[in-house]
Design a protein around this ligand. Structure first.
Ligand SMILES: NC(=O)c1ccc[n+]([C@@H]2O[C@H](COP(=O)([O-])OP(=O)(O)OC[C@H]3O[C@@H](n4cnc5c(N)ncnc54)[C@H](O)[C@@H]3O)[C@@H](O)[C@H]2O)c1
Length: 424
């Protein structure tokens, strides 16, 4: 049965949620506070790079099942469900800042129809369901936790084909109603209490970050002992208890979620009396990894970065997105610039100017005249570059492959000194 759904916040999560629910046949109104964004969305213009999203928005707009409005109250006044998809950035003390969630809840509280259900899709610390309930000051409204696990770059696919749907509620009837929204999506459904649902989201992100930090630490060992981390990962990954996923060495994890969510979980644990030293180690390894990549680039430049031109391939925190939030590439570039380097960069989804970076329009232009070229985001197009052409453009044939993406032998054959991660 079709439901009326208000989605508050049209970022990566909210826009995907709204478009996918309308695709599933629900009647969706999405709200944002950004008037320009709302206007553009109503014209079918998608402000982010996300495969398949434009088609779903276009279909929803045309079918009249998807609209965009300014302000949360406007969307929520006639809904069965109000989905909160607003930011939960990191506060100064490492905890999650709930001010956007509370503000959105206060905005919709006076207009929510009787017995509507408010659903938290933002990533929020344990206890936030109660925080929202308090901000609403409405006894007739149930608040349910329904964390989101989509990955940027494949958000639509992940929303419609999730590994699981998690619903946390004290009110079983409300949980069943939220579950009914996902009818037609073949995924295991986990119905639990709000604290467990909220913990599942943080534990999932912390575990994924742990896997990446683990493989980056193993890569450091590989470099020290002369092993090749790619072969090591293959060797351990065939063990079904370990698997291959998320064991890709690189410049460290970033993006809009892992950095803030790992710190928030450390803080949640700390507040509850548990010192999550293991997760603190995971964060430290990640910070060290940025430094390790900078050191590689500095070594490739002959020991000093003062006045050195570095060509960078890739700016986003991962491929298939335009998201620059907490991108390891940008953090590494900041460090290079601080050591005197001049950075010219290319990314397929970034053309706007960025402070201190000469953003160029193709990978060859980014490599032109560079004394070191560093690949920092795993965009597929970098695999297929014309190696000889790059060799003819650079000032020195020094390559740092921060994602172990390139065909090492082809670059070595063209005269490049190749440094990967965890392999020489
Ligand atoms: N991005 C991801 O990959 C991802 C995945 C899973 C979960 N999450 C979580 O989902 C939440 C949202 O993340 P995001 O990446 O979509 O954020 P985002 O910054 O891309 O989008 C948030 C949107 O909310 C809007 N907004 C803020 N206050 C509002 C209000 N009162 N009314 C209406 N709109 C408002 C902002 O203008 C913005 O467009 C966060 O808690 C995040 O941790 C993100």
């Amino acid at each position: 049965m079709a439901s009326k759904i208000a989605v508050i916040g049209t970022g990566y999560v909210g826009l995907t949620t709204g478009a996918c629910f309308s695709h599933l046949g629900h009647d969706v109104v999405c709200a944002d506070i950004d008037a320009d964004k709302v206007e553009r969305l109503n014209r079918g213009e998608i402000p982010i790079v996300e495969a398949g999203l434009d088609k779903l928005v276009e279909d929803g707009l045309r079918a009249g099942r998807l609209r965009f409005v300014l302000g949360a109250a406007e969307a929520a006044r006639d809904c069965d469900f109000a989905y909160l998809c607003v930011p939960t950035p990191q506060a100064e003390d490492g905890s999650a800042d709930l001010s956007y969630i509370e503000a959105a809840a206060r905005e919709i509280a006076p207009v929510l129809p009787a017995e509507a259900i408010v659903v938290n899709k933002s990533t929020v610390p344990v206890g936030s369901t109660k925080v929202v309930q308090r901000a609403l000051e409405r006894d007739d409204i149930s608040v349910v936790s329904n964390p989101e696990f989509l990955r940027e770059g494949s958000a639509v696919h992940d929303f419609l084909n999730p590994d699981r749907v998690v619903i946390g509620a004290d009110d079983q009837a409300a949980a069943i109603k939220v579950a009914s929204l996902y009818l037609g999506i073949p995924a295991p459904l986990i119905v639990t209490d709000p604290a467990s649902a909220e913990t599942i989201k943080y534990a999932a992100n912390a575990f994924l970050a742990t896997k990446i930090s683990f493989v980056n630490a193993v890569a450091a060992v590989c470099e020290a002992v002369g092993a090749d981390v790619n072969d090591v990962v293959l060797g351990i990954g065939y063990d079904k208890r370990i698997g291959q996923d998320f064991l890709k060495p690189g410049p460290g994890w970033g993006g809009s979620c892992f950095p803030k969510d790992t710190k928030a979980l450390v803080r949640i644990a700390e507040d509850a009396g548990y010192h999550f030293d293991m997760l603190k180690g995971v964060i430290t390894v990640n910070e060290q990894q940025l430094e390790r990549v900078v050191e590689k680039i500095q070594r490739a430049a002959g020991g000093s970065l003062e006045g050195v031109v570095v060509g960078v391939w890739g700016l986003t925190f991962k491929a298939r997105t335009d998201d620059l939030r907490d991108s390891p590439s940008l953090k590494i570039i900041d460090k290079l610039i601080a050591r005197g380097a001049r950075v010219q960069a290319y990314d397929p989804t970034v053309s706007r100017p960025l402070p201190g970076i000469d953003v160029r329009s193709d990978p060859y232009a980014a490599a032109e005249g560079a004394s070191v070229v560093a690949l920092l985001t795993e965009w597929d197009e970098f695999r297929w570059l014309d190696v000889e052409k790059v060799a003819g453009l650079v000032a020195a044939r020094q390559l740092v492959d921060g994602r172990n993406l390139l065909d090492r032998s082809a670059w070595v054959r063209a005269g490049f000194v190749y440094q990967g991660i965890g392999r020489s």
